[in-house]
Design a protein around this ligand. Sequence first.
Ligand SMILES: Cc1ncc(COP(=O)(O)O)c(C=O)c1O
Length: 420
Amino acid sequence: MKTSVQQALDVIQRENNEPICAYIYDLAGMQEQVRGMLQTMPWNTKLFYAIKANPDPRIIEALLPLVKGFEVASIGELLKVRAVSQEVPILFGGPGKKESELKLAIEHNVSYIHVESLLELRRIIAIAKERGQQKPEVRVLLRINLRSNTLPRTKIVMGGGPSPFGIDEESVDEAIELIRVEGAGAVRLCGFHFHSLSNNMDARLHAEMIELYLQKVERWQQQYNLQVDFVNAGGGFGVTYDGSPGFDWSLFTTLLQQSEARNRLATRGGELFFESGRLLVADHGYYATEVTDIKRSHGQMFVILRGGTHHHRLPASWGHNHPFHIVYTDRWEHEFTRPEVRGERAHIVGELCTPKDRMYSDAEIDCLRVGDVIVFEKSGAYAWTISHHDFLGHPHPAFHYLMEGDEHVNVNATFQSANC
Ligand SMILES: Cc1ncc(COP(=O)(O)O)c(C=O)c1O
């Protein structure tokens, strides 16, 4: 069956006479995105999906045949992946892992645990030893927080300075010694993990940052006489929400192809991992909400939605205006006037009793009426999953999925035919 955002909206309207409120995930678009990314990646690099960006089971299922595996940051996330596949490689990261979580992760056969602190390493060693000699070694990557002021600065910085994430570079020595002495035969150090930032837009700086990671690893390899099978360079490939150019994946992978440090890693049989979230899914999710009221207050126009930041917290969390398109509808059965905004600015806000529930400030609106639907684009990552769904008890949105073989979501085509 062919479908599109417009058709998906029609289905929602027909099924339910309540105002529209739905997420639409274009699974085929996500798959195409990943296929495109894989095409230009050097042969010894592997792509994992960090499911924190969007752990919807249908997305995990859609990406399963394409990615090398999944990065998870809790047992909840781990079980979501295992519900889809018992075998797919899993990287288990995140600060403050509890003993019960570590035990379950090992039972569920995670491929590698990203060690976030020396205490966590001690816990892993103790658990691994308790399991006994017959069991395979627990494989770990040490997550390192580099001592560096040369890392790119973005909105979300997780390394290169004080941070709860990873082990400080100064403690690499101690961590390796712990594994060698205390963990011998129980824990195996397979490599290193870095994730220093999110939403980086500068492909050249990103490539330089990875070069730095690889050079550091080479130094440790020589200094401690280590076999390093894997370097996980994290995620952090950015997406823009203001129309400016996004992360240039093609330039990034070209620079990676040319990287001598990556080549040396390959020569030694090592692989370079990426665990990307946002870039894989952000552009292929849409959040559609119907306008339920429009009013003027003290000279400013407010457009109120059936939905808001309790479903899509990203604009409030980042303090940005979230890009959108309008779908015009004829939904108006009343005798009284249909409120509208025409040729002026308006704030687009949600249905919560808080002034923080704002999706867009001062939007320039040609025409918008109560009953029309606002479709927020770039809503596939860190949208539903980071939101406070149950605050005020409004019903959750519906979820719709566009599959392979469906007509591709062409937002512009959908809206060109619209009128107001
Ligand atoms: C350890 C780790 N890996 C990967 C990611 C995914 O980052 P992104 O979605 O920016 O690619 C995150 C995000 O916070 C993370 O903390």
